[in-house]
Ligand binder design. Structure first.
Ligand code: PLP
Length: 378
């Protein structure tokens, strides 16, 4: 009765089963929801949204999004409003781009380890997500050999996430150049770009000779996923860019999914968001400093992120990843994300969220280090 693409196994894993029985863990180091993490939001937000709501009684949809909103984003991103498409989230932007570029059965290349939703987003469009390898040798880099091995005749796009979630590394210009030379469009997810941890982000440089779709949105930049707004910037040579825009217009016009009030509010909201970005970035930097301190002299290794909201840790191989994660939950009340969730190629890795409320983070990390050290000492 149902499609194969909606048939994903939804049975809970061992961590979900434990939490369903024992209740939430007191030291949850996996939170990625900024609206419940004690982040300060500007007071003016509510009045701007209310005014925009009141001004939205008449419906005049535009497939790419209201021009006033796209013009505000164009000045933020130093691009032209006609190259910017609004969607209800970056997840929806992926769905639109897969519709634009792929027929059912085609493939897109996605990084691993990275954001776990790609496989699902692709599957729901009848597309196969094929992983290429990000390798770590003191710094993360694209394993170009694995990209070439993963390419198929019907590979239609390559996704890159810069800075990547959860490794927090930027794609280097030289890598971008090589990826642009593959002959397929690039989808560059830059939702974590403003959240640098060590030094200000390098300004991203889209290659000129390749069609590139750059994704961003309010979920991360404004810490407001519930406002449901993402945007895609289309760059690259004509006529491919013009054709991409025309086809995207048709796709977007079929759904018209972005609510009018948020589009109307955007020009006034954008200047307010700098404060939220700065608040989240400073929280993440504070927790990263705490994490580095807590790990000193321990058997855990921090794979220091350059940006983003996460920090990956390599654990000594004294037990399986699942045993370590479940042991932490059971014995310490500490919840961390296992490496397999992001498709790390080896184990044991865990990922902690730098967004966590600092007191919970400090105690949770102390317990994590104590537990792993005791297990390692036998
Ligand atoms: C790399 C990456 N892209 C996109 C998103 C989702 O953003 P949105 O809420 O706009 O769909 C996330 C959310 O965690 C993410 O990690």
């Amino acid at each position: 009765m149902f499609s194969r693409r909606s048939g994903r196994d939804q049975s809970p894993n061992a961590i979900a089963r434990f939490l369903a029985e024992a209740g939430p863990s007191p030291f949850d180091l996996t939170g990625s929801n900024p609206t419940t993490a004690g982040i300060q939001y500007p007071e003016a937000l509510v009045s701007v949204l209310e005014r925009a709501q009141a001004a939205s009684r008449v419906y005049r949809p535009e497939a790419f999004g209201l021009l006033s909103a796209r013009e505000a984003l164009a000045s933020l991103t130093a691009s032209s409003a006609e190259d910017i498409l609004l969607t209800a989230s970056t997840s929806e932007a992926y769905a639109f781009l897969f519709k634009l570029l792929c027929d059912p059965g085609d493939s897109v290349l996605v990084p691993a380890p990275s954001y776990p939703l790609f496989e699902h987003l692709a599957e729901l469009e009848g597309v196969r997500a094929i992983p290429y390898r990000l390798a770590y040798d003191g710094a993360w880099h694209v394993d170009m050999g694995s990209v070439r091995d993963a390419m198929e005749p019907n590979t239609r796009a390559l996704v890159l996430v810069s800075p990547n979630n959860p490794t927090g590394h930027y794609t280097r210009d030289v890598e971008l150049g090589e990826l642009a030379g593959l002959g397929v469009p690039l989808i560059s997810d830059e939702v974590f770009a403003p959240f640098w941890l060590l030094k200000p982000s390098p300004s991203p440089r889209a290659p000129e000779d390749c069609l590139v779709f750059t994704l961003d949105g309010l979920s991360k930049r404004a810490g407001l996923p519930q406002l449901k707004l993402g945007w895609t910037r289309v760059t690259g040579p004509d006529p491919a860019r013009r054709e991409a825009r025309a086809r995207l217009e048709l796709i977007a016009d079929t759904y018209l999914s972005v609510a009018t009030p948020i589009q109307r509010a955007l020009p006034e909201l954008l200047p307010l968001f700098a404060e939220v970005t700065a608040g989240i970035a400073s929280r993440c930097r504070e927790n990263l400093a705490e994490l580095s301190r807590a790990l000193r002299g321990s058997p855990l290794t921090l794979l220091t992120p350059e940006a983003g909201w996460s920090a990956p840790l390599h654990l000594p191989r004294v037990a399986s990843e699942e045993e370590l994660v479940l042991g932490l939950l059971r014995d310490e009340g500490v919840l961390v994300q296992p490496g397999w969730f992001y498709d790390f190629e080896r184990e044991p890795y865990v990922v902690v969220s730098l967004l966590t409320e600092p007191r919970v983070f400090q105690e949770g990390v102390a317990r994590l280090v104590g537990h792993v050290t005791r297990v390692a000492d036998g």
